[in-house]
Write a protein that binds this ligand. Sequence first.
Ligand SMILES: NC(=O)C1=CN([C@@H]2O[C@H](COP(=O)(O)OP(=O)(O)OC[C@H]3O[C@@H](n4cnc5c(N)ncnc54)[C@H](OP(=O)(O)O)[C@@H]3O)[C@@H](O)[C@H]2O)C=CC1
Ligand SMILES: O=C(O)C(=O)Cc1c[nH]c2ccccc12
Length: 208
Amino acid sequence: AEPHVPDFPGMQQFAGRVLHTCEYKCGEEFAGEKVLVVGCGNSGMEVSLDLCRHGAKPSMVVRNTVVHVLPKEMLGVSTFGIAMALLKWLPVQLVDRFILAAARLTLGNTSRLGLRRPKTGPIELKNLTGRTPVLDVGTLDHIKSGKIKGGRSSEGGDEGRGQARGRQGGAAVRRNNTGDGLQEQRAVLAQGWRGCLHKRRHAQNPFP
Ligand SMILES: NC(=O)C1=CN([C@@H]2O[C@H](COP(=O)(O)OP(=O)(O)OC[C@H]3O[C@@H](n4cnc5c(N)ncnc54)[C@H](OP(=O)(O)O)[C@@H]3O)[C@@H](O)[C@H]2O)C=CC1
Ligand SMILES: O=C(O)C(=O)Cc1c[nH]c2ccccc12
């Protein structure tokens, strides 16, 4: 797969350096800097957390705010492992209900952070559309405490996916709508990858 760097119009207007998550190594070099992170998939969440831990000030821009965030582990056991084990005995819908109850207990109500859950459960949704849940490794805590700022890209949202990707990403970078008016010095694009996996995922009807 290849890094997905949409060729969007706002990119030229962004004064700082832009890099893709594949070029991102460690948050150390970003210490003290405001950094824009575009995309809230697993990479965007992990990069934001790493930046935060290294004293940078990440702001995330999110296009599709309807997403399942699950704890990566529950009491030290991988959520994915638990889900797979339960699926041997129980139907998908029931395992989804269990996972969601556990997520609610450990992460709280994610919609208060602007991340609303899809109506379909995480495993069923994965089976239907290929969209994987976002596995939280501590990023949500920093979003809650305000150390990681969140903003929604101005255009589009939960519909108009696919074709409009580049344009919306442009708007996201241009707008810098995360609060204090200070321009981010650098942006990390966490918009995923282009490859066979991507094509397969978007060939089917996207959620909902
Ligand atoms: N520890 C782990 O388990 C990890 C797993 N991974 C996996 O690797 C794969 C790739 O992950 P990742 O690199 O995060 O990519 P993903 O495809 O999972 O996430 C990309 C994110 O960028 C957004 N995005 C894409 N294009 C645009 C655009 N033009 N404008 C604004 N937002 C945009 C997507 O939003 P939208 O939903 O709107 O399309 C989505 O939130 C995934 O399967 C992921 O689960 C990656 C890192 C760690
Ligand atoms: O991104 C990964 O590594 C996953 O395994 C994602 C995933 C797919 N289905 C799940 C059910 C519960 C927890 C994680 C996943």
